[in-house]
Design a protein around this ligand. Structure first.
Ligand SMILES: [Zn+2]
Length: 140
């Protein structure tokens, strides 16, 4: 049995058990998975990885480890990378083209920007929210 955390289209969170990993897809496709709060059938998995039955303690520890890892990544970026804000795509391209001296940067970019950069061979790594450092305060 696999337990999934599920979300409906109104963002109600609930849990349901399925016999195997295909169980959710199969039952959702047949309209058998329903939000217990509002009855919506627009239900999706809340987590990318199935939450196999574990004790609360192990779940908490995994979440804790994840948070620690995220903090390390954030600290590393803040220490070694320059924040360029919305100029990220332009800066990354200028550095890649040799118009600006090489340095490590981070900032905001749209999905289209990062896609265009990757397609042009500019190495960019989109960060999940949990791993994205808070931008430094702007000097006024
Ligand atoms: Zn709902």
């Amino acid at each position: 049995m696999i337990r999934y955390s599920l979300l409906c289209d109104a963002d109600h969170e609930f849990e349901a058990w399925f016999s195997n990993s295909d169980g959710f897809d199969d039952q959702a496709a047949r309209g058998l998975v329903e939000c217990p709060h509002c009855g919506s059938m627009q239900v999706r998995k809340a987590l990318a990885a199935p939450a196999v039955a574990t004790s609360r303690k192990r779940e908490a520890s995994a979440a804790h480890q994840m948070a620690e890892m995220a903090n390390k990544v954030k600290a590393h970026i803040r220490k070694n990378y320059d924040y360029v804000g919305d100029d990220f795509a332009r800066e990354a391209r200028a550095i890649h083209d040799g118009d600006k001296p090489a340095r490590l940067i981070y900032g905001e970019a749209s999905l289209n920007d990062t896609k265009a950069l990757s397609e042009d061979g500019v190495p960019v790594t989109p960060l999940p929210d949990a791993f994205a450092p808070t931008p430094p305060k702007k000097a006024n």
